[in-house]
Design a binder for this molecule. Structure first.
Ligand SMILES: NC(=O)c1ccc[n+]([C@@H]2O[C@H](COP(=O)([O-])OP(=O)(O)OC[C@H]3O[C@@H](n4cnc5c(N)ncnc54)[C@H](O)[C@@H]3O)[C@@H](O)[C@H]2O)c1
Length: 334
């Protein structure tokens, strides 16, 4: 399968490298970035034959089977639409967009073209979280009653990023909203978000928050919570628990090693893997393998356009809840 990659930033480099070296049977035939030096550097490193500053030049290549969109969020819907109209299958990073009208129009273009669209909710492909989902499906903990997600970053992003990110709920918590829907297998109906600025006043001055506790109510009756912080001094903190009528299943953080140092003073270990590129490396390979399989074998993609939109809707409801200091039903968001 021949793929073109749009965007050669943090995540574009990672997907291009996975496609070039870790996904059997795929090759990257071109990479585009408005920053030509960034595209060229990745092309040289990975031996990608074509470089472009205008993504249309690559999307139009007749031999390209699929487009992997890793550019800035505000470019996603235009590129999805152009790729769909060119008849290419699409993998697009989250979020699809921050505007529901634009999301709907892009999803319509995909539907009309009959191409596949997978959204980059990579955490679904993490072996720990997948085991929790499998336990829920098999009824290993009985009927789920509560879900707890702890999701804390090691350090906040630069303020320049915060300003264009759309805010913590659609930038960071969006992964947790998708994880919540995935683990419980039911739609979120209502959101209550309590949030504050506790890490960096500049984040507040940019109109955002850095600390949040969010309560979710699902259609099947489950109550969930998401605990977010932009700064956990001990590193990336990514844990979940599903509590049910017959027990609970929980996951721990991933560590670079399993060594435990015991002395007269303390029992200690090294810090967890520091951030998403290390913690979720396996999930990025797994999600792309599944995308390639769906394209080659003609099956369903595991995370589709509806999933991509729904996580944005929940993020918008969370922001509305925080602004209006009340629980918000998803039906209020249009
Ligand atoms: N799934 C994940 O874990 C994950 C992690 C990080 C980022 N992301 C998402 O991936 C996207 C990119 O994030 P990033 O951290 O790699 O950002 P980044 O700023 O490192 O890279 C984005 C790249 O896109 C390029 N670009 C901007 N407009 C373009 C255009 N019109 N055509 C071609 N290239 C263009 C920029 O020059 C830049 O090199 C965002 O939507 C982000 O939300 C997802």
């Amino acid at each position: 399968m021949k793929v073109v990659v749009i965007g050669a930033g943090r995540i574009g480099k990672l997907h291009a490298e996975n496609l070039a070296y870790r996904i059997p049977g795929t090759s990257v035939i071109g990479i585009a970035d408005v920053n030509q030096a960034a595209a060229q550097e990745t092309a040289t490193r990975l031996k990608i034959p074509r470089v472009a500053t205008d993504y249309h030049d690559l999307i139009g290549l007749p031999e390209a089977d699929a487009v992997v969109i890793c550019s800035a969020t505000d470019t996603h819907t235009d590129i999805i639409t152009a790729a769909a109209q060119a008849g290419k299958h699409i993998f697009c990073e989250k979020p699809i967009d921050l505007n529901l009208g634009r999301i709907d129009r892009a999803l319509e273009a995909v539907e009309k073209a009959g191409v596949k669209l997978q959204i980059g909710f990579n955490r679904r492909f993490d072996p720990n979280f997948r085991r929790v989902r499998d336990a829920v499906i098999r009824g290993e903990v009985g009927t789920p009653q509560r879900l707890h997600i702890i999701s804390r970053d090691p350090a906040p992003p630069p303020i320049s990023y915060v300003k264009v990110s759309g805010g913590i709920f659609v930038d960071m918590t969006i992964h947790d909203f998708d994880m919540a829907r995935y683990l419980i297998g039911s739609e979120i109906e209502e959101v209550y978000a309590s949030a504050a600025v506790m890490v960096d006043p500049a984040i507040g001055e940019a109109g955002d928050v850095d600390t949040a506790l969010i309560v979710l109510r699902f259609a099947n009756g489950v109550i969930g919570s998401i605990d977010n912080s932009r700064k956990a001094v001990y590193g990336y903190d990514q844990r979940v628990e599903v509590f049910g009528s017959e027990g609970s299943i929980q996951t721990e953080n991933n560590y670079p090693n399993s060594a435990i140092i015991s002395t007269a003073a303390s029992v200690r270990r090294d810090l967890p893997l520091n951030f998403f590129l290390e913690r979720y490396s396996e999930s990025y390979v797994n999600e792309m393998k599944d995308f390639v399989t769906a394209v080659e074998e003609g099956g369903e993609v595991p995370v589709g356009g509806f999933d991509g939109k729904q996580a944005v809707v929940v993020g918008m409801a969370a922001r509305k809840s925080f602004d209006e200091k009340r629980p918000v039903r998803l039906s209020e968001i249009s």
